[in-house]
Design a protein around this ligand. Structure first.
Ligand code: DX5
Ligand code: ZN
Length: 215
């Protein structure tokens, strides 16, 4: 059984509070907040105030997924806002080891995101610095995109690297997760399913979280 992280990108932004509560009632384990800057990706989304406000209405850990350039700039803001996990994209950061250490020093879990166009081989040198890993199965930028099946090969290789190094970190998969892809991902060893459209684009938010949790 995998954990489920509900990506609020797919919420109706006028009803985020009630939709997040429905996801929590359905058994969601985490909330996933995509932060986009309009530069690293075309889209613009949420800022620290969203994290601060979510923390007031939910007990769930808030996992911030920065899809932006110069991620180092935003650590103090998201730490103050109460983020529990802070993830940045490996290809958006020049000194990832240094930054991962800074995130941990600030008392947050340090997360690393790897886009669908990039390999996982670098993890050999990074695993002992990270607490959280996001393998992306869509290009960063939008919800509702097609699932890139290359993530299965990366899941396998990541598990091998963890066995070789003896360091295990929970593996999340982000993008295009639904019942069908989710089932295959759990079988392939994903620990966390991050899903937006499948959960919030449905008429039954709690029920759809439950469907993923039962896989
Ligand atoms: C994509 C985001 C994902 C997105 C997933 O840039 O990182 O978290 O919300 O959305 P779905 O589940 O709709 O593919
Ligand atoms: Zn994301």
């Amino acid at each position: 059984m995998a954990k489920v992280s509900a990506s609020i990108l797919a919420c109706d932004q006028t009803r985020i509070g009630e939709q997040v509560r429905a996801a929590e009632q359905g058994g969601a384990d985490l909330l996933h907040v995509d932060v986009m800057d309009g530069v690293y990706v075309e889209n613009l989304t949420f800022g620290p105030q969203m994290v601060r406000d979510l923390k007031k209405i939910t007990k769930l850990p808030v996992s911030v997924h920065m899809e932006l350039l110069m991620p180092e700039r935003y650590l103090p803001m998201f730490a103050r806002a109460g983020a529990d996990i802070l993830t940045f994209q490996l290809d958006a950061c020049n000194n990832p080891i240094h930054f991962l250490k800074e995130i941990r020093k600030a008392g947050l879990k340090a997360g690393l995101g790897i886009g669908p166009a990039y390999g996982v081989e670098n993890l050999r040198y990074l695993l002992h610095h990270i607490d959280w890993l996001i393998l992306m199965s869509v290009e960063p930028g939008y919800g509702g995109q097609n699932f890139e099946a290359s993530v299965f090969e990366k899941l396998r290789r990541t598990r091998e690297l963890m066995a070789e190094t003896g360091i295990t970190v929970p593996i999340s998969v982000d993008g295009g997760v639904n019942e069908e892809t989710g089932r295959a991902l759990v079988r392939a060893g994903a620990d966390v399913l991050i899903a937006g459209s499948y959960i919030f684009g449905s008429g039954d938010i709690a029920g759809h979280v439950g469907n993923l949790k039962r896989l």
